[in-house]
Write a protein that binds this ligand. Structure first.
Ligand code: C2O
Ligand code: CU
Ligand code: CU
Length: 484
């Protein structure tokens, strides 16, 4: 489809050169000055096009029921990619093309969505909208060249509140062309499980309770599928720790107090400069890359706790610093040359206000709505909730009229949080998922870079299944003037 063709003309916005785009002025006359300014600031933030270097990395990924060892000496019946939970960590280098030969051996249809990766629309894994769902016994080839180096993940986009909960998720790491010389590169996939009295995954999904609350919160929290994960380092090591929250509903706030933990990337995208990681929460879907130097020697294990609800901390994992010291590598933390400040972006008239709420009705008794509509049936039949043009700046507002949490996720584009409850926030990095608290409103700024029909939904998967999904269509070519 057309989204496969890179839009060269967008380079006038993002790249330095105007070459080849002489037919479009660099600021359209109808553009409000604040929007033109925001667009200028965005220039050079990230590449529009992938730059394939000709290397293709091929992986075989099969989704199937499996049994895994679980804490307490139990065996847990799961659904897994390649028999493991978390699924395989796929690693490619920026410029390489990822090819995944996917086979579905589940008892139901499925797809793979590449969360946070700016893929061609046809590779986005949204059933009926970007591809037909993969039937039991069926196969599908996912192939794309990532445009950004960073920490991403993949999971099904069919009945995701069940399929992700049963164990279907894995990490996709896109390495920089020259990887920084960390002594270790470690992934922590944080998940929570709701187990029943037999120690198995409670097979009731999308319950009234889950829907009336913040989705399904479990009774066991694991890091990399374990309750006793330990990161062992020697004094002096400098580690890149990649965190992913793959929970259906749980928000985590990992506390690295006492360690020199710097946030270097959010949702796979580097910050302009590192900042202390304290207070950086991970809603379902969020990733955070930390740069941790273990300069002091510490005696005994350091417990890392989730303190999202400070009264009820949860143990996540331990860090042990022991053994012969090593020399700490010195290199500048990886960073993004340019992140727009967007200080006056709140002056840009908002393009749309999304209203988030719930009502009774629908197949589960409660529906979660965006603009009073619950997403149902096939994405292909769903009227887009919003249409935007590629390469323009937009301010979008979300008003949470409910009392529950909604981590809103946009496919196919990154955005920057501008304000909470109308007050500007200084969050100098991009995201693909942002947590909106009960009764809160937020503003985001976004420049869509890829044409296509992109999902937007709450990443509390029970809320999404019960309707809180819509599509944002991003059109090619000359954008229509603002409707204000
Ligand atoms: Cu991880 Cu549609 O999302
Ligand atoms: Cu996604
Ligand atoms: Cu929600």
């Amino acid at each position: 489809m057309s989204a496969l063709h890179p839009d060269r003309c967008l380079s006038f916005v993002i790249g330095a050169a105007l070459a080849g785009c002489g037919d479009r002025p660099s600021s359209a006359p109808q553009e409000p000055p604040a929007a033109a300014q925001a667009l200028r600031e965005f220039e050079g933030s990230y590449p529009v096009d992938a730059k394939p270097n000709g290397v293709v990395r091929t992986f075989d990924v099969t989704a199937a029921p499996a049994e895994i060892p679980f804490p307490g000496g139990r065996t847990l019946q799961v659904w897994a990619y390649n028999g493991q939970v978390p699924g395989p960590a796929l690693r490619v280098r920026l410029g390489e093309t990822l090819r995944v030969n996917f086979t579905n051996r589940l008892p139901q249809e499925t797809t793979i969505h590449w969360h946070g990766v700016r893929v061609p629309n046809a590779m986005d894994g949204v059933p009926h909208a970007t591809q037909p769902p993969v039937q039991p016994g069926g196969t599908f080839v996912y192939e794309f060249t990532p445009k950004d180096a960073g920490t991403f993940w993949f999971h099904p986009h069919v009945r995701s509140s069940e399929q992700v909960e049963r164990g279907l998720y894995g990490v996709l790491i896109v390495e920089d062309p020259d990887s920084p010389a960390y002594t270790k590169d470690v992934v922590w996939v944080i998940d929570d499980w709701l187990l029943d009295e037999n120690g198995q995954i409670r097979p009731q999904f999308n319950t009234r309770h889950d829907l009336a609350h913040d989705g399904r919160w479990g009774n066991v929290i694991t890091v990399n599928g374990r309750t006793d994960e330990v990161l062992r380092v020697r004094p002096g090591e400098r580690v890149r720790l990649r965190l992913l929250n793959s929970s259906n509903g749980r928000v985590v706030l990992p506390d690295f107090a006492g360690l020199d933990a710097q946030l270097v990337a959010s949702d796979g995208m580097y910050l302009h400069e590192p900042r202390n990681a304290a207070g950086h929460e991970l809603a379902p879907g969020n990733r955070a890359d930390l740069d941790i130097s273990f300069t002091q020697s510490v005696s005994g294990p350091i417990g890392i706790f989730d303190r999202f609800y400070p009264q009820r901390p949860n143990h996540l994992a331990d860090v042990v610093v022991e053994g012969e010291p090593v020399e700490t590598p010195t290199f500048p933390s990886p960073a993004r040359a340019h992140v727009p400040v967007w200080a006056s972006a709140l002056d840009v008239p908002e393009e749309h206000t999304f209203k988030l709420n719930a009502r009774s009705g629908g197949p589960f008794g409660i529906e979660w709505t965006i603009d009073d509509r619950a997403f149902e049936g096939h994405a292909a039949e769903h009227r887009a909730g919003l249409t935007l043009a590629q390469g323009r700046f937009y301010r979008l507002r979300f008003v949470n009229e409910s009392a529950r949490l909604h981590p809103i996720h946009l496919h196919g584009m990154f955005f920057r949080l501008l304000a909470r409850n109308g007050t500007r926030v200084d969050e100098p990095f991009f995201r693909d998922t942002v947590l909106i608290r009960g009764r809160e409103s937020i503003d985001i700024g976004v420049v869509p870079s890829d044409a296509g029909s992109w999902m937007m939904h709450c990443h509390i998967l029970e809320h999404a299944e019960a309707g809180m999904m819509t599509m944002i269509d991003v059109t090619h070519g000359a954008p229509a003037p603002h409707g204000h």
